[in-house]
Ligand binder design. Structure first.
Ligand SMILES: *Cc1c(COP(=O)(O)O)cnc(C)c1O
Length: 377
């Protein structure tokens, strides 16, 4: 049993992948080959975004977005306390200060009430200029964008929608990646839509931001690559990765609907033992992770028990972002993030992909039944 079964998926699209590799070997345009613009146009129509730009990773997508918004030294960028490091790392890398906000205990996404408090406190302190909010749609589920948008408008902040984990997710008839001024996603192999290396994309309705990001992606180019008009990055996606993604897009919706069934089966069986994910009306999760929250502190024991039964698991995240060593310089205190700290002690993620079999479910549910009925053998 795999935590995310990239092998079963590969078998399904193997012929298409071979053809795509063959095409690329023939045309030899490894950088910005024709697959890149084809992918950008297909991603754009899938997401429903006016402008789409592929790039080298989800992390670089965030950097492109933050740089396009002019984020820099003495700016405050508000983000969640509970995400992968890159959501805040990219803010700090530009010399700005990530201001962390505690999360909602049901969705694990940024708590909008706490967000407002953080912004007000930052303004009151007067040391940093509030500039933007990086919302993260964690585990596949969109953040409560309408509430966040109200706050952003009130304080004149831009929103970056970090949908690295939620490509394919839906929020009130809109796709994840379209929920902010700029949407960012990742095509790291294990993400909902993954390539066979690093990859990412940015999405926006704003022509000007799009043009700036396009320039930033290639060393801040002007009319050509050797006419550099701003400090940028080398953040292009490889042609080969675009070829892989074009094949994977063909089966993406089918996989996504199978994952909805997986989530339902998990929920039906496991809700008597643990807190299962809640997907409110109007939302559709992309199920980057199926994350449960235990009622007590039995996680270590349960992880070991599942491991013994051959069931792979993972813990996202053991440490809330502000409490990571890299952010020590911000002098964070755990008491500012009680919900994230509690989640970090009790959450764990189970295998989630479109290729789980009846046998897999039987093994997983049998292991949970035995564990919670005290039969830990
Ligand atoms: C994976 C991830 C990223 C970074 O994406 P990479 O492609 O690995 O650089 C950023 N934000 C979140 C929430 C992620 O899960």
């Amino acid at each position: 049993m795999q935590f995310i079964d990239l092998k079963a998926q590969q078998e399904r699209i193997r012929e298409g992948l071979k053809k795509s590799y063959e095409d690329i070997l023939s045309h030899g345009r490894y950088i910005m080959g024709p697959e890149i613009s084809k992918l950008e146009s297909e991603l754009g129509s899938y997401i429903g975004s006016k402008h789409t730009l592929s790039c080298s990773s989800g992390t670089d997508a965030l950097s492109l977005a933050l740089m396009a918004l002019g984020v820099g030294v003495r700016d405050a960028v508000f983000t969640t306390a509970f995400s992968f490091f890159a959501s805040a790392e990219t803010i700090a890398l530009l010399g700005a200060t990530p201001v962390f906000t505690d999360i909602d205990e049901k969705t694990y996404n940024i708590d909008s009430e706490r967000l407002r408090e953080r912004i007000e406190k930052t303004i009151e302190e007067g040391k940093l200029t509030p500039k933007a909010i990086v919302t993260v749609s964690l585990f596949g589920l969109a953040a409560d964008y309408d509430e966040i948008k109200k706050i952003a408008d009130e304080f004149d902040l831009k929103i970056i929608d970090d949908s690295a984990q939620s490509f394919g997710g839906i929020y009130k008839d809109r796709k994840a990646c379209t929920l902010g001024d700029i949407g960012c996603t990742s095509f790291f192999p294990a993400k909902p839509l993954g390539c066979y290396g690093d990859g990412g994309a940015v999405f926006t309705e704003d022509e000007e931001l799009f043009e700036i990001m396009k320039s930033l992606r290639v060393h801040g180019k002007g009319s050509d690559k050797y006419d550099n008009v701003r400090i940028g990055l080398n953040a292009r996606m490889d042609t080969v990765q675009a070829g892989v993604l074009l094949e994977k897009l063909k089966i993406f919706d089918d996989e996504l609907s199978k994952k909805q069934e997986v989530a339902k089966r998990y929920g039906d069986h496991l809700s008597k033992y643990v807190e299962v994910p809640v997907v409110a009306n109007g939302y559709k999760s992309a199920w980057a992770q199926y994350t449960i929250k235990l009622k007590g502190l039995e996680r270590e024991e349960l992880l070991a028990h599942l491991k013994k039964r051959g069931i792979p698991t993972a813990v996202y995240y053991v440490t809330p972002m502000p409490l990571l060593k890299a952010f020590e310089y911000l002098q964070p205190t755990a008491k500012d993030y009680p919900v994230a700290v509690n989640a970090s002690k009790k959450v764990m993620s189970l295998p989630m992909h479109a290729y789980l079999t009846d046998d897999d479910f039987e093994r997983i549910f049998g292991a949970f039944d035995d564990f919670y009925k005290g039969n830990n053998g």
